[in-house]
Design a protein around this ligand. Structure first.
Ligand code: NAD
Length: 298
């Protein structure tokens, strides 16, 4: 089976590495020399273009920043769909809007190529450990074919429904995550200001009804959750600019569906403010800095 992997960044690089560790031959392409070097060091076959990687591939996996990159890579006269063989399969794991994946899937179907969306949860740690959750939008037959490779990169493969529904699940999850992180940051900062020890407060929250992933696993207050980005200056986590992008996707989808998402709009402005302040690449839990005086920041 020939596998092509397009987009070998923080997530894609680690995912491709796990395919290689599972004994698969992987043909890869990225615009970044650094990403290609890591891929080559791990045993991947470096290609000079996405087209070269995808020609004769049975499965193409993409892990790209945003919808415009996914559209550029797959569609158009020189897009991957123009070189891929009939009967092959595309799996896009990027987080993008549901309509874009439906558009690419429709174009793929015209060429006899199957496509599914399989965005992920679990971050760079999950990508490295091969423990990602994949949210798959596909028909049953395509799902079974995709599983052949997804099992090497993740531990939970959730079938969400038809193509596009994986992205729906992903953006709804991240809408809740963006709001819950802001809520925990607000509560932790208020508690500290009112005089409770942050560790004691986190202990209460995590054994009470305020408990959530943001309070327990990724608490924004420094040194509450072991290994959380807050303990290392908010480096190497889920970048604020990516959370901002995902909230934008939720707001866009809600607008199209004429569905209100009030809190999502509010926290989007907080993450927007952080990006404006030069913190776009810090982990999104650094949102707590919006609530703290300078000297108390982690
Ligand atoms: P990244 O920026 O580290 O990697 C993206 C890679 O795509 C880069 O190496 C870039 O050079 C490459 N690229 C861009 N255009 C390309 C093209 N035309 N051809 C080939 N390569 C191209 O981003 P990431 O953190 O790996 O995230 C990728 C996707 O996964 C995003 O949609 C993101 O929202 C999603 N995601 C990220 C995380 C996380 O924790 N980082 C978690 C879940 C989902």
């Amino acid at each position: 089976m020939k596998i092509a992997f397009i987009g070998l960044g923080n997530m894609g690089g680690a995912m491709a590495h796990n395919l290689l560790k599972a004994g698969q031959t992987v043909y890869g392409f990225d615009l970044s020399e650094k990403a290609l070097k890591h891929f080559a060091d791990a045993g991947g076959v470096v290609c000079s273009s996405p087209q070269q990687a995808a020609t004769e591939a049975d499965i193409v996996i993409s892990m790209l920043p945003a919808a415009k990159h996914v559209r550029e890579v797959y569609l158009g006269e020189t897009g991957l769909l123009s070189v891929m063989k009939a009967g092959s399969l595309c799996i896009d794991s990027s987080t993008i809007d549901p309509q874009s994946v439906k558009d690419v899937a429709a174009a793929a179907a015209q060429k006899g190529i199957a496509m599914c969306d399989a965005p992920v949860s679990g971050g760079t740690i999950g990508a490295q450990a091969g423990t990602l959750t994949f949210m798959v939008g596909a028909d049953a037959q395509t799902l079974e074919r995709a599983k052949q490779v997804l099992v090497h990169m993740g531990k939970n493969i959730v079938h969400c429904g038809d193509v596009g529904t994986g992205q729906v699940a992903k953006i709804c999850n991240n809408l809740i995550l963006g709001i819950s992180m802001a809520a925990v940051a607000e509560g932790m900062a208020l508690g500290a200001k009112l005089g409770i020890d942050p560790e004691a407060l986190a202990g209460v929250i995590n054994s009470s009804s305020g408990r959530c992933w943001s309070s327990e696993v990724c608490n924004p207050w420094p040194n509450i959750s072991p290994n959380a980005p807050a303990a290392r200056g908010y480096q190497d986590g889920f970048a604020t600019q990516l959370m901002l992008k995902d909230l934008g996707l939720a707001i866009e989808a809600a607008g199209q569906a004429k569905q209100p998402i009030l809190l999502g709009g509010l926290v989007q402005q907080l993450y927007q403010q952080m990006c404006l302040q030069g913190n776009a690449t810090l982990d999104f839990s650094s949102i707590i800095q919006q609530y703290l005086p300078q000297q108390a920041q982690g």
